[in-house]
Design a protein around this ligand. Structure first.
Ligand SMILES: Cc1cc2nc3c(=O)[nH]c(=O)nc-3n(C[C@H](O)[C@H](O)[C@H](O)COP(=O)(O)OP(=O)(O)OC[C@H]3O[C@@H](n4cnc5c(N)ncnc54)[C@H](O)[C@@H]3O)c2cc1C
Length: 373
């Protein structure tokens, strides 16, 4: 029978991160991916490594650990990675109040409040007219997910001998065995990193946890002319309502109430607006959040228009010409940051990292693999 120390279901970022963590410890790893290459949430995202969105403490530390690993892996695997930092731009007093409270409780040496003049020095894209200030954070980075998710398997194979079984669906797991493409594989440990495809394996467990799916709409511009670079990734006041790191700011409820009263379509479609840039010079724009087990297969042009209109309120770039639109779907456990479960002996499910899989997976994988008996 085919055998390995660690069998992993799924070659998205969660599966790849666990493959790295296990292989670094000298374990023989085999990864099964149903598609010829992974086309789930991991290849469809912004590519933002976004520690500023994680609250101080365990999650913040996990994000910083993951950040370190990304830097190391990107250098070795020859991946584009830009340590660009981020700016949260505030145009309204309630947005500024949240930023000030954030700095008081969560701030550190790598985060500062900037005046509009200082913002202009960091970003030619940020609109400074009407700007009250901004939160600068140095820890954010961008990778190109289309490059990273395609190239990382090759790197893991070459550097650590990780074996990839692409085009192989895992249809069953039982008694430390995986059935993939009608072939049985025995594994000392089995890690299930199957993302939003959680109906095939252990469906009752996922149902018991009330796992759901989240659909996000995204856009990509044409490459910016004359090699124009964005610099720091940009976002505005809506993003303060999205990330957990701002969750304890006393002014947040008033900000949310004002947004809901003035612009109800933003909370209705779960819209917050961010912009990053890849190595080809294209701007990645998004996004929305629609919850439910059966995501609508069709995208809404009004959502993309809301995103673009809001973006144009805080960013000016040489070209907003849209080259491509798409959506992605991730698994989410409401109220939780991930789902780690042991449905049977030697099997660990690692799923539902929500909107922070690129930011957290490498750090989480270190902890999960270290805890394997
Ligand atoms: C549009 C969008 C933007 C986002 N932006 C960011 C961002 O900028 N920063 C950030 O940190 N996070 C971001 N996220 C979140 C992040 O992308 C996810 O948290 C992460 O990709 C989840 O990774 P995953 O490996 O669990 O899932 P996936 O990438 O979906 O991978 C799961 C894989 O498992 C395979 N699989 C499933 N079942 C089986 C089976 N039975 N047999 C074989 N293979 C199987 C699937 O084919 C799939 O390739 C974003 C998400 C989306 C959708």
């Amino acid at each position: 029978m085919n055998q390995a120390d660690v069998l992993i279901v799924g070659a998205g970022i969660v599966g790849l991160a666990h493959a790295l963590a296990a292989a670094k410890r000298g374990l023989k790893v085999v990864v099964f991916e149903r598609n010829p290459y992974a086309v789930g949430a991991s290849i469809r995202n912004f590519g933002m490594i976004w520690p500023i969105g994680q609250p101080r403490g365990e999650l913040g530390d996990r994000a910083l650990k993951a950040r370190e690993i990304w830097i190391e892996v990107a250098a070795k695997a020859n991946l584009h990675l830009e340590q660009c930092g981020s700016l949260h731009l505030a145009y309204r007093p309630d947005e500024m109040a949240v930023l000030e409270e954030f700095i008081q409780t969560q701030g550190n040496d790598l985060t500062h409040l900037l005046t509009p003049v200082e913002v202009a020095e960091k970003s030619s894209a940020a609109i400074t007219e009407g700007l009250l200030g901004a939160l600068w954070s140095a820890t954010e980075m961008t990778v190109d997910p289309r490059e990273a998710i395609r190239k990382l398997p090759g790197y893991l194979s070459e550097a650590y001998g990780v074996e990839f079984q692409f085009g192989h669906v895992v249809t069953q797991i039982a008694n430390s065995q995986v059935i993939a493409g009608n072939q049985p594989w025995a594994g000392t440990h089995i890690l299930v990193c199957n993302g939003a495809d959680f109906e095939t394996l252990y469906p009752e467990l996922y149902a018991a946890h009330s796992l759901t799916k989240v659909k996000l709409q995204m856009m990509r511009t044409v490459p910016q002319p004359n090699h124009w670079r964005l610099g720091p990734s940009l976002c505005g006041g809506l993003t303060l309502t999205h990330y957990q790191s701002f969750g304890d700011c006393p002014s947040l409820p008033a900000l949310k109430a004002r947004i809901a009263a003035e612009t109800p379509h933003f909370p209705q479609w779960g819209i917050h607006v961010m912009m990053s840039q890849n190595s080809a010079g294209e701007l990645i724009l998004g996004d929305s959040h629609e919850y439910g087990l059966n995501p609508d297969p069709f995208d809404r042009t009004d959502i993309n228009q809301y995103v673009l209109d809001y973006l144009k309120g805080f960013a000016k770039v040489p070209s907003f010409e849209i080259a491509e639109t798409w959506h992605g779907v991730y698994a989410k456990l409401p109220g939780q940051v991930d789902l780690i479960a042991h449905p049977e002996k030697n099997v660990t499910i690692v799923n539902a990292l929500g909107g922070a899989g690129m930011t957290l997976s490498f750090g989480l994988a270190e902890q999960v693999v270290a805890a394997l008996a």
